[in-house]
Design a protein around this ligand. Structure first.
Ligand code: GDP
Ligand code: MG
Length: 181
């Protein structure tokens, strides 16, 4: 029996309106850092992080946008070969929830996965820390209904600022991405 574990590289792309916290979630997950300052770009196409799932080591290659999501023009290289698509909205901003359908459809159009019906998505409702939840406009129930309607997409409520549920969400991302191998 070989002692060398199989290594797997999985491409994950993170989509959602500008300002919802995509870059912050990735920074929190990969670098354990949060910045209040708004940075439209992280200066790299992707970051990587290794995760162990059972006896396998998975390298997640997580792709960020450099602010081009404002124009919904991310280019075909961004979408190509994605194994999982993470959709992010801000629970305090209704518009960012309303555009989820557009982002999902845009992904399916650009990435054109072999089976759109079973392609793995994960939804993150971010910034649940703000105002102790008093300024939220999208309920957990409403978000879960959307997920159910789209083929039972896994849903996590997160805070990149307080590092709430970030690891759990990306562990799920890794597991879901694996199903697309
Ligand atoms: P992106 O445009 O989707 O990449 O969003 P950013 O990660 O750049 O975040 C936009 C702004 O929201 C920045 O000022 C962040 O500091 C802030 N932000 C991101 N995530 C959170 C969060 O979970 N809670 C709070 N309170 N602020 C956040
Ligand atoms: Mg960003």
């Amino acid at each position: 029996m070989s002692l060398v574990r199989r290594r797997t590289l999985l491409k994950v792309i993170v989509l959602g309106d500008s300002g919802v916290g995509k870059t912050s979630l990735m920074n929190q997950y990969v670098h354990k850092k949060f910045s209040q300052q708004y940075k439209a770009t992280i200066g790299a196409d992707f970051v990587t992080k290794e995760v162990q799932i059972d006896d396998r080591i998975i390298t997640l290659q997580i792709w960020d946008t450099a602010g081009q999501e404002r124009f919904q023009s991310l280019g075909v290289a961004f979408y190509r070969g994605a194994d999982c698509c993470v959709l992010v909205y801000d629970v305090n901003v209704l518009k960012s929830y309303d555009t989820l359908d557009n982002w999902r459809e845009e992904f399916l159009k650009q990435a054109s996965p072999s089976d759109p019906k079973t392609f793995p998505f994960v939804l993150l409702g971010n910034k649940v820390d703000i105002d102790g939840g008093n300024s939220r406009v999208v309920s957990e129930k409403k978000a879960k209904e959307w997920c159910l309607a789209k083929g039972n997409i896994p849903y996590f409520e997160t805070s990149a600022k307080e590092d709430f549920n970030v690891d759990a969400a990306f562990l799920c991302v890794a597991k879901t991405a694996l199903t697309n191998e």
